[in-house]
Design a protein around this ligand. Structure first.
Ligand code: NAD
Ligand code: ZN
Length: 368
């Protein structure tokens, strides 16, 4: 079972291959994209142990030579120090401009490797093999790369597209349920912002998604990537429409920042809460009906997704502080917080005009 999608950008195009158990045959797919038959696998210790052999065997079978750079696991390593380490290793290995990097892991690995690829020898090819649901439906597609600094998340980075994305849903069987739900927040986001049919398909197939039915997972990953590809084609560098992909993220990033990006709350969990806040705001603005807001909330709760800010995080903030953090978001222009809101279910827009009183009341409801 394999599905293929194409992402077109202003200057290039690449394929996303989505399927069950395609890692074991990835070597032949990768080979077609190589100039030199030499790759650098960049992964973390955990994924290396779980799936390293599967990838390596497939490369060997296809006579692709490889070196490995195995880094520590965790968002705390998504920083310039790790980029230094990786690029130095690549140079020590005498990397050639025609060699290729393989990002083998979740969004953290994908963002780090994409960034490294974009700056090593002024840009070398890279391939994404995303291993988490979040990275398969979101971070591996669209070419945003980057690292965190003490000032915030993803503030240093580049737009740099991969040459190929291979998403094998069989890898998700080892992913903790929490991480699956984190990815699901990004999946339902596509339904909410731009694809009403997909949203209804998700709501209707709640029970299948809850049990990780492979056929339904592949379909959900495929339809998510398809939506992301549409947006990226229209606006690769987030000059306008791409911003709607940030539904729930301005709120979510604030929650993550208050929690100091600790593991106790994943990005997807923060986004899940953030989406609920954005929907509440959309409802207060009179854009979506209360019954629709409740329908989505019920779905989130049924899947055991987060819809409330945990008490230990709430207790660390105030309305003023929350808004200050929202203000430091990349979406802020001229000191005004732009929000992504829904016009209705399946249609998002960038709202620069809204009632600040209503925004305050939404934040207050969630932090008190
Ligand atoms: N570039 C983009 O457009 C974009 C979009 C969304 C998010 N992101 C970034 O992505 C990152 C989050 O990505 P993530 O949620 O994939 O987190 P992650 O990469 O940290 O992975 C989560 C955890 O799951 C483990 N893991 C990965 N694959 C596994 C598997 N198959 N089985 C078991 N465990 C596995 C990882 O080792 C890690 O411990 C954040 O840094 C975020 O900023 C980037
Ligand atoms: Zn996200």
């Amino acid at each position: 079972m394999k599905k293929t999608l194409e992402v077109k950008t202003g200057t290039d195009k690449y394929k996303i291959l989505i399927g069950d158990n395609i890692l074991s045959s990835s070597g032949s797919l990768i080979k077609k994209k190589l100039i030199n038959p030499r790759v650098f696998i960049i992964t973390n210790k955990f994924i290396h142990k779980l799936y390293g052999k599967k990838l390596e065997n497939s490369l060997k079978k296809n006579k692709i030579s490889f070196n490995k750079i195995v880094i520590n696991d965790g968002e705390q390593y998504k920083n310039i120090k790790t980029i230094n380490l990786i690029t130095s290793k690549l140079l020590e290995y005498k990397i050639d401009r025609n060699d290729t990097l393989i990002a083998f892991g979740g969004g953290v690995i994908g963002d780090i490797v994409g960034f490294s690829a974009s700056i090593t020898l002024r840009g070398i090819n890279f391939i994404q093999i995303p291993t988490t649901l979040l990275s398969q439906v979101d971070s591996a597609v669209g070419g945003k790369t980057g690292v965190n600094t003490k000032e915030g998340k993803n503030l240093i980075g580049t737009f740099y597209q991969p040459k190929l994305v291979i998403a094998d849903v069989s890898l998700l069987k080892t992913l903790p349920k929490r991480e699956i739900l984190s990815g699901y927040a990004e999946i339902i986001k596509y339904g909410l912002i731009m694809d009403k049919k997909f949203l209804h398909w998700l709501l209707d197939n709640e029970s299948k998604l809850k049990t990780y039915n492979k056929k339904y997972l592949i379909e959900a990953v495929f339809r998510s990537c398809k939506n992301k590809a549409i947006i990226v084609k229209k606006d690769e560098k987030e000059k306008n429409i791409r911003a709607i992909l940030n539904l729930g993220h301005t709120f979510g990033h604030a929650i993550e920042a208050i929690n100091h990006y600790q593991k106790s709350l994943t990005h997807g969990e923060a986004v899940s809460i953030g989406i609920m806040m954005a929907l509440e705001m959309s409802s207060l603005q009179g854009n979506i009906l209360n019954k629709n807001l409740n329908k989505i909330k019920d779905h989130f709760q049924e899947l055991k997704m987060k819809t409330k800010i945990p008490i230990n995080i709430k207790s660390k903030t105030s309305l003023k502080k929350f808004k200050e953090i929202m203000n430091s978001d990349k979406k802020v222009k001229n000191n005004h917080i732009n929000l992504i809101l829904l016009k209705n279910l399946g249609k998002a827009y960038l709202a620069s005009r809204y009632s600040t009183k209503k925004l305050d009341s939404v934040i207050n409801k969630y932090i008190n």
